[in-house]
Design a protein around this ligand. Sequence first.
Ligand code: 9MR
Length: 753
Amino acid sequence: MNSSAEIVLPNALGASSNNKFFVKLRPVFLTLLSLLALLLIDNPLSAQNSLRELAAPKKVYIGNLISNEHLDDPENFRNGLADPHLRQEYNAVVLENYMKMSFVLPADEPADIHNLTVEQLRATLTADKIEAFLSNDDWADLRKRGHAMIWFNQAPDWLKLVAPTWTGQQVFDFTRKYILALGQICGDRVDEWDVINEAISDDAPDGQRIWRRGTWYRRANDGSMTDWGEATYENYIKMIFVWAREAQPQARLHINDYGIETFNNSVASKNRFMRDKAKALKDCGAPIDGVGFQSHLILSDMVSSTGVLNTDFIASIEESIQDLASAGLEVAITELDIRVCNNDRDEAFQEVAFQAYCEMAFSQPNCHEVLIWGLRDEDNWITLRDDQFFAGCEDAAIVEGDNYTPKPAYDGVASAIMALPDQEEFGFSPLVPGNGAPANCGGEASLDPAILFVNGPTAVSAGDQVTVAVNYIATDNQDIVVWFQLNEAPFTVYTQVVTDVSSGAGTIDVTVDIPMNVPTGTFQYRYLAFIAPDGQGVDNSFSDFIQFQVTVLGEDSQLIISSLGPASVSPGDTAEINVSYSAIEGQEIVVWFQLDQSPFTTYQEFRQTAMPGQNDIIAKLYIPQDVPIADDAYQYQTILVPTGGGWPERIANISQGDIDVVVVSSVAQGGANNLNFRVYPNPTAGLFNVEIPASSDAAELTLYSALGEVVHQQLTPSGRSELSLHLHSIPPGIYWLSVQQGTSQGVVKLLKQ
Ligand code: 9MR
């Protein structure tokens, strides 16, 4: 008799109800048990406890991030291994990108932005990614960090362009509404927030560190009077915290930054500025609970070339954390990674670096959490960044490879946690209440000079004279300088044009002579414009803006220079696409009207022989009647191919995306006092929405058939600016809609399908 038959399987396994089945399984069960035992002996660390299991009795949070691809498809991301790894190892989590303004605010500026209520602004926000994050049951027991409410970076282009032209009051108001709207989306599901991110400048002009300049919210420091106090960064940031507390009353609120970790008493240092400002903000009523130390660190700062820990470095950061503790402020380690650069340290030395940093941080009574910025080396932002910024740097995270294999760095974190004493409580201090009064926190107001955009031709020839438009805000008599230069080392400047401007905002056209000796090159040049004090050069510039990907054409240049068609078309239209190209003999220009995602159905193709040299053509594309109505679903794809070629043979291409197919075929404004209004279809609801200016006058909508007969009329109450026009009962065809409001009137042509 096999000895395994003697083993009595516990009832919990259902042995008594199905003896035969379990007797059969017993050898398998035993093998599994012995394998498990072997694992425990062989690899005490990984088989014993995950980081989160180690952290549980110590009452600390060890976290990591969820990338966009991970959030979009947790079950399949990295062969389905990333998400189980996250849940097994960590008890805290942050979204790497999807909570940032560029993903939450709409792609275009909402209409009438300054008159929106919080609810109306909320309705323009994209909440689905945040919702997917906060409502996923698999992540229910992970502590959630919100990243980030207000940040100068990863904000939509329109905000960066228009907000510098707003008043201080408008910047304060918009910020308040955005934070409150974000609060409506998140409810009480976020535990802590990076309320403002990276607000401190990387520069210390005249030996004094300052707040970051040149941000979209720069007008918050223009010294104007607002309902919330004088427009200074100090007052603005205080109010950001007040609104964040109002929006998220249960969450801990942090100011988050990089390069602030090591203690430094110089007023030029970022560390001193951060400590002084965090304390001052709290003192003047900002409900600020703590500071996020991003902690993007470099291994060679932490260990010697023989692997000996630099204890001064760790002690210096400890001093910063303790200094903040003395002011009743917490610290969270929010984006930890320790990169290895130029192979100057053995990657195994990360173990001692991660261990020392985490143990020091977790040992501070005012620090309870460490979040690591990346699940694996291969997916970490340092590895992924390919613009030379981190040339030679890599291997920043604590695991690597397809199987999420722990590196020595992982063992360092585990040892740090194991070394901590068990605790009953996390020991968070009570939330800082702050006060909601308009701010009076001081600060030096100034209006930052700025370059908001540069717009020049994307393809030029040696000897050309071109016009480059520069949009700027000057605060004194200053210089606008435009360079035409190489976009890669040695960044040769071929032309420099200096224009004097006086104080004010505006756009100037700068004439740039492209010298005869500029070598040809596709996408190898750029225009850089900066604004600097009168007579001073780039080293003293306040702000700059670069237009990349400029080409110097030669005889054999082969590229599509530009291709621009209408952003919205209707079935039956003929869309005209203006194409500019440079080609050689034996090539064709092809333009497709097609879906802009898989299966990329092509509804129409235009094809024409390309003339050698630089040329402009108009490609006419008939939009067939059966193209489905949809917003943002199509593209014009313009390619240069050898004659007869297709996508695989393309030499160059440009695609214009986000094209709509709509049922409004054309818009004609007319009538007395030209009433400006917009009509757009809502095919799912079977109606048209009509947007008219808010007014105390009622609006009269009249729909005429193509023959001029009135087919529908409706009177809409005064004060409404969004109206719905139900056209269910009206047969397909062409109609004219006339809207009369007071003495203003306008007409549009509609196509009902
Ligand atoms: O990891 C983020 C990366 O995917 C984004 O492209 C990048 C854009 O700036 O932001 C990275 O995350 C940053 C974080 O939001 C703020 N601190 C610095 C982080 C690394 O750049």
